[in-house]
Write a protein that binds this ligand. Sequence first.
Ligand code: S3P
Length: 442
Amino acid sequence: MSTQSLAPLTARRSGPLRGRARAPGDKSISHRAFLFGLLTRGGVEIHGLLEGEDVLRTGQACRQLGAEIVQHGPGRWSVRGPGLGALLAPRDALDFGNAGTGSRLMMGVVGSHPIQATFDGDASLRKRPMRRILDPLRQMGTQVVAEAEGGRCPIILRGPDAVSPILYRTPVASAQIKSAVLLAGLNARGLTTVIETEASRDHTEKMLAHFGADVSVTVEGDGRRIDLVGQPTLVARPVHVPADPSSAAFPIVAALITPGSDLVVEGVMMNPLRSGLLTTLREMGGRIDTLELRDEGGEQVADLRVRASDLIGVDVPAARAPSMIDEYPILAVAAAFAKGATRMRGLHELRVKESDRLAAVAAGLAAAGVAHEIVGDDLMVEGGPVPGGGFVETKLDHRIAMSFLVMGLASEAPMRIDDSATIATSFPNFRALMEGLGAAFE
Ligand code: S3P
């Protein structure tokens, strides 16, 4: 990205955050809504879609593969796909921008069809490891026609005439790996099985069932076994996207650390495989009340009342990481304001997110004058009053950008980030929503 297109932003100490707000639609479910629309004939209606850049890139790729996609209003979209087995070969490269989820899940879809496609993205995506997806796909018959060094994008895939179903044990807890295999298994004749030793988010399994596929999930210890019968006729059904807990995390932590705050974040998805941050914040003494638990489109959602709290440091077990993998940057911010030390264990996967998040969080904490240490795969943060006054390089990482802006709302001196443009990948109305609650940005 050229320096001219950077959009720096500063957050300064704010008065109490008050009011009600709803975070945008869940990014994971929004990507999948487009993908299932592509694979289903008959037209899938989507309500509450996240209109962030990542998801719109997935939508564009679906168009290139033959889907008709129409926006009917804010968050209201419809997708009419060519259907499973009938995807068109795209003429141009599929450009996923910053989106790891979009690109990896689509590799499963394209790699199981007898077409060839090029996968590419921005400088961040080009650094991310893709062998974790290419390895199982090769076993299923996908040909990797070309790849950049180390199994990175740009990657050219060509699917086989007949996909082989496999039994695959995911080497790391990753919903993206699991989902790529399951989506490829959709077009294989017979039974595809994925076994994960630690449960990761289950949106793909739930949506496969929602669209009428024969899928079963068996709990095995801390993990899951998923069995999918291939080549179903998917049935067009509407998708209602709940609010993204990973985005709701930003106003929630902002309210906890900004004195006098008392606000309600509405409609937050409470899926237990996504709610590790809430568990942790409550252990830290965060005053977060569940106001109204209800069902929305097959997920439990709740309004959460959040009040400024005196947080204390905690030890976050490694086993919790899959249920809050995207929330460590903002948890590190909460930990910076807590009394005592917080230890976050088992963060190796953070090194391969939109940035090396472990390094980016540590650099941000250093810029803000917060004592911290990385020991192996663990991050330790020593909380207390946060001096702030730092400048943070966001490294094309939306969550690093939002986390350190939230920090600036309560640190003594303001926090400045080099680029807020990247926030549009997952939370396009972040600034307006936060300002509506009383946040001071400039
Ligand atoms: C996602 C899975 C997670 C997460 C990402 C979204 C998904 O990645 O970090 O933001 O929608 O499946 P991994 O599967 O690599 O852990």
